[in-house]
Design a binder for this molecule. Structure first.
Ligand SMILES: [Zn+2]
Length: 317
């Protein structure tokens, strides 16, 4: 029941030794205390060596750890939980420190993870909201009361930004418009607004719309109406920047999705990445085409129009 330590040469009871199944008597040669001292004295060297060893055998180590975990799941989880509870404070502060030092990576990985699992995340959020609606609303209300100053400050920041940064303001409206154009046709907007548009928001407002968007006096109008689309891809195609124009609010209402200006259409076809799809959408619809005022278009206007009409006729037949 006793054993002599190789290091300190003291005879100690077996409980003072760590187990080692490979050895003859089932215990390590050095006592626990000596092991501990050795570890404390060589901490840096050991950790460096372990790091090196890990880098050299990464795949093998990962594979083995993974296998061990799956064979001992309960034990591992219990140990992990115990360790966490015991060291919660230092773990939390370490994590916080690490996150602050690696902010870019944290942001990137969060975004990446979201993109990768978007559908699942949105679904489970929705489900959670529906199941806990009362609780959430109550909590939000309490938060607003408790943090009234903060809420007020955020609100004023938001209004300030809307006031001073038109691109920000308009992009929020546009995002809403695009979102509702998906909804109206029975789909969910699942892509980033700039991805759908096919350009940056700044370029869209400043260059494509020439800074002429100024609600509520003017509206952003879909040249080819989104209501003609039958699939999610078509909704996306019709939200491309080339299908957007600024219209006077009144014009937009009178247009009423029944008419399509040929001049507008030729602009779409010239700038859209998939003009064939646009033609296909129009050709199966009953939308009426009309020519805008003659004097505002180029010399080859008639030619462009007749070509277009022929193309669409071909698609229709
Ligand atoms: Zn010893």
């Amino acid at each position: 029941m006793e054993k002599r330590c190789h290091k300190c040469k003291v005879v100690k009871p077996l409980v003072e030794f760590h187990k080692l199944t490979k050895s003859k008597d089932g215990y390590q040669a050095k006592c626990k205390e000596c092991k501990k001292q050795y570890h404390l004295q060589n901490k840096d060297r050991t950790s460096l060596r372990n790091k090196q060893r890990y880098q050299e055998n990464k795949e093998e180590i990962k594979k083995r750890a993974n296998q061990y975990y799956h064979e001992n799941k309960e034990k591992c989880n219990k140990r992990k939980k115990e360790y966490y509870l015991k060291n919660a404070d230092s773990i939390k502060s370490n994590v916080k420190k690490w996150r602050l030092e690696n902010l870019d990576y944290v942001k990137w990985s969060r975004k990446h993870h979201y993109e990768e699992h978007k559908d699942r995340i949105l679904n489970s959020q929705k489900k959670y909201y529906q199941e806990n609606k009362d609780k959430i609303l109550q909590r939000n209300k309490e938060y607003r009361i408790k943090n009234a100053d903060r809420v007020k400050e955020n609100k004023s920041k938001y209004h300030q930004r809307r006031k001073n940064d038109p691109v920000y303001k308009y992009s929020r409206i546009l995002r809403g418009n695009i979102w509702s154009s998906y909804k109206r046709n029975g789909f969910n907007k699942s892509n980033n607004t700039e991805k759908i548009l096919g350009c940056t928001l700044i370029w869209f407002f400043e260059e494509w719309l020439s800074n002429k968007y100024n609600p509520p006096k003017t509206h952003i109008d879909h040249i080819v109406p989104v209501s003609l689309s039958k699939t999610k891809d078509e909704v996306c195609a019709l939200n491309h920047f080339s299908n957007m124009q600024v219209l006077d609010a009144n014009d937009n209402l009178s247009k009423n999705n029944k008419y399509l200006s040929l001049a507008g259409l030729s602009k779409v076809l010239a700038n859209h990445p998939n003009p064939t799809l646009i033609k296909k959408i129009i050709s199966r619809s009953k939308i009426e085409m009309y020519q805008t005022v003659q004097n505002e278009v180029a010399d080859d206007y008639d030619q462009v129009i007749s070509e277009l009409q022929n193309q669409i006729k071909v698609l229709k037949n």
